[in-house]
Design a protein around this ligand. Structure first.
Ligand code: SAM
Length: 280
């Protein structure tokens, strides 16, 4: 562990809190690489979630215009005061990031921003969805998370990792894994390895007639994996199977197809078909 961070933590008798997902990274090379994975430049403002001891915050402040870091644990304040001293482009906010409304957020960062976080594992999905679905001007997200979750976010259709969360992310952006991080790079070391996922948000929303319906369709598509897609949506959309069978035939999908075999484009196509069906 980087001696100076370690010394400061020790000096303050800091105890890592498992409940807050406190697994810190201190290897400077790794921290710089994660910062670069965000593609942020001197024109960008970064919002970091979970500053910890400020090690990633420092790496981010080197490449960006400004860093606005959230940290829920007030016991880290004296440590961050020392670690981040004299770094004028960093501000730390000791609030729970998930409790801030869009309105409150806009008063803090009023221009486009980039999200970077070595995520507290216990809230990976809420934080991801909070920022990816939001109407806030989020340009991209670069998130360190459990490796298995990263595989789910970046999965291709027809694989076991592919699921509703894969498509929930694809609706808003393009996700890719930029690096795998061994568990031994964290202090304390968690029981799983991690991966960094970079998600560039789409400039425009997906081209679909009814976005609410599309989300509902995706949800139904994965609701009961052992059922065929037609059986799932017939039940949840109250449409006779016969109608769906002939519709699917005309779109060249097998009536036996399952939700996990369909790509986002397929879901969009089927959602638009359902919209047309309602207006017939
Ligand atoms: N960025 C540091 C690093 O890379 O070493 C720390 C990362 S650690 C995995 C996650 C941090 O998020 C912890 O310091 C934890 O206290 C903080 N945290 C947990 N829940 C939070 C929340 N809801 N809002 C803000 N920070 C949170």
């Amino acid at each position: 562990m980087n001696k100076s961070v370690f010394d400061i933590l020790k000096q303050h008798k800091f105890k890592f809190k498992k409940l807050l997902g406190q697994n810190f990274i201190t290897d400077t090379n790794l921290l710089n690489s994660i910062a670069l994975d965000s593609n942020a430049t001197k024109d960008d403002t970064i919002v970091e979630i979970g500053a910890g001891a400020g090690t990633l915050t420092i790496a981010l402040s080197e490449i960006a215009k400004a860093v606005y870091a959230f940290e829920i644990d007030p016991q880290l304040k004296p440590i961050l005061d020392i670690m981040l001293k004299n770094r004028s482009n960093i501000k730390v906010d000791y609030r729970d990031v998930l409790r801030l409304s869009d309105k409150e957020f806009s008063t803090i960062v009023n221009s486009e921003f980039v999200v970077v976080s070595n995520l507290p594992y216990y809230i990976t999905t809420p934080i991801l969805m909070r920022f990816i679905e939001s109407s806030l001007p989020v340009k991209s997200l670069t998130l360190t998370m459990q490796k298995e979750v990263a595989y789910r976010l970046t999965a291709r259709h027809n694989t076991p990792e592919y699921g509703a969360i894969t498509l929930a992310v694809q609706l808003f952006g393009n996700a890719k894994i930029t690096r795998i991080i061994n568990r031994t790079s964290f202090r304390p070391s968690p029981i799983v390895d991690s991966a960094v996922v970079n998600i560039e948000r789409r400039n425009a929303p997906v081209d679909v007639k009814d976005i609410k319906q599309l989300r509902r369709l995706i949800h139904s598509g994965f609701a009961m994996r052992r059922k065929t897609f037609i059986n799932n949506i017939s039940a949840s959309f109250c449409i006779p199977k016969e109608t769906l069978r002939s519709g699917f035939e005309s779109m060249n999908y097998s009536e036996m197809i399952r939700g996990e075999a369909l790509s986002l484009d397929d879901y969009i196509r089927i959602s638009d078909y359902l919209t047309d069906l309602k207006t017939k």
